[in-house]
Design a protein around this ligand. Sequence first.
Ligand SMILES: *Cc1c(COP(=O)(O)O)cnc(C)c1O
Length: 425
Amino acid sequence: MDNNYHIETISVQGGWEPKNGEPRVAPIVQSTTYKYETAQELADLFDLKAAGHFYTRLSNPTVEFLERKMAALCGGIGSIATSSGQGATSLLALNLCSAGDHIVSSDTIYGGSTNLLGHSLAKLGIETTFVNQDAPESEIAAAIRPETKFIFVETLSNPSVKVVDFDKFSRIAKAAGIPLVVDNTFPTPALCRPFDFGANIVTHSTSKFADGHASALGGIVVDKGDFDFAASDKFPALTTPDESYHGMVYTKTFGKFAFLAKARTHVMRDFGMMMAPMNAWITNMNLETLALRMERHSYNAQKVAEFLESHPKVEWVNYPGLKSSPEHERAKKYLKACGGVMTFGPKGGRAAAEKLMDNLKLAAIVCHVADARTGVLHPASTTHRQLSEKEQISTGILPELIRLSVGIEHVDDIIADLDQALAKI
Ligand SMILES: *Cc1c(COP(=O)(O)O)cnc(C)c1O
């Protein structure tokens, strides 16, 4: 499909273009394997001499429809879908790094990513330095070492909804000769396309707004195809013979598709974090309304943030769409709108936050964010409860902080629900 179509059009029609007599809706191919007439045909597929599906751990038609749609939405040359957002970040890191390598990451990222980079990858000998994303350019650049393989940031961070300074980070990555990788989960391509601002690779947890209905876990890594791996001496796994593929050199065989080819034929083959066809089908279907949903999430969240900011029982509200937000100018520069997630603190500390949440009727207490239903979470007593109160505060998790994910119900009903719960504290 023509990549110059608008996001709204690609969301609905991208990825699957039926031929005469084929189903209008992308079909689900619930099969682990594919039949061939000759042994040679299958051997050629295994040797990567021919393209085609042969085992769903490596590729599947339904997953491929989603991969094509997301690549087109993001403006990339291709993508690879995974079992979850964590699967996407793992695939990315294992594709670019080996033991002894190093990553520079913003410290304002999703907690699961912090654990993956800071603990699990560290155990494999891949070290990460976490930097304050608002630190001066020179300070962040100083964290880069000869063995640093990529820089990792989030467009709009979970849960602190900070907007990254793309200009600064893309300059730092360019100067260092390494890719800038952006987790674009919260805005989705409907609200921001990081490739327009210097990112080379983007990742998403599609479990959030992309699926948007809290019904299917998934992740995806999309490559813009503009980082010149062949010209870099930092990625020998892509530019020197791969013994597990008869000495093939990825950059020679696949050109600008080298990163994606290795991700599939090497990392996906060996670690197996593929997306299930059913989840790809659900995500693909739900993406059809992505642009509509993101517009409504953002509209509702703006109204809710303004309501909370003016409420006498609310201490503070953190949403980049508010003029009072220190992130507001950057949000206007990089985002079409700010999405549905915010944090706020009621007056009265942790007890007030818990009481408020217990009294909500429409908004459910859920671990999830970023779906059609309004939901709340109290990080201090759930996702961050292993930390001491002092540690919580130093990571920005104040005792009264509530993460609010504003859904696409009628905004008056969402506000009325918050209003009646606030009256009870
Ligand atoms: C949720 C999330 C992830 C992890 O995704 P899962 O699908 O839950 O594995 C990664 N990054 C961000 C920004 C997220 O919000």
